[in-house]
Write a new protein. Sequence first.
Length: 286
Amino acid sequence: MTKKESVLPVVLCLAFAAAALPACQSVPVQRTAVELTETTGSTTEAPTVSPTERPTEPPTEPPTEPPTEPPTEPPPPPESVMLDVPFYTQRGVLPTGCELISAKMVLEYYTEEEVPIEDIIDNMVFAYPETVDGKSTGPHPEDAFIGSPYDPTSFGCFAPVVVDMMNELLPDGYTAEETTGTPLDKLAEAYLPKGQPVLVWATISMLDSFPHLGWYIADEDGEPTDEWYDWLANEHCLVMVGYDSEYYYFNDPLKYDACYAYKRSLAEERNEEIGGYSIVVQKEGS
């Protein structure tokens, strides 16, 4: 076979294949933004789509508390007070029974009726010092009335004994409470403006007190202990019913009229030296 003869079959095959192919169709070509830019020469970039932003909630403010009002100061106590408390004198009745007569005044202030002195005596504890093993022995005046209120040589008692008695005789809803140790000015300003008289221990006519007679304090079996007690002469119990800038006013059972005035500073001194004893009556819920 010649060289021309070997080429001819190849040409024929190519022509046949070309004839068998369909005519070319224009297919749209998708171009990227970079290709478009390169093609057109424009510097405009394709718009970018920002990611969907989450809706933002409005900032929450901390809860506001209602404005607090400043604490209100209690009103100052009045410059003067005077209570109308029943008055009785112990003279000619109970020569050493000032505690009982003072309690009677306060009891009747709350009961609004007569409280017989016999009822008061029936609810009191009395004891005389006795000689035990050669020693004068007796209870503490906080535990019993020492002696008898009918005996002018007897002694007396202190607040705890009177509190126990009063709580047997006060009407329902009222309670006698010991306020021993509270200064007189605090007692006066706290209770008198609210209509509450105060039983106060001081001295007769606010005279000096001094050790008088004494005894050994008895134990539970009545035997003398090593504790010696000196009774202070001129001990006295009275009812504070009023005050002003210079004086306290008392229903003093050793006087003949109510509302006897004593200098504030003097009464405070005498109350303190006797032991600061005092009693008020409280109403339930007040």
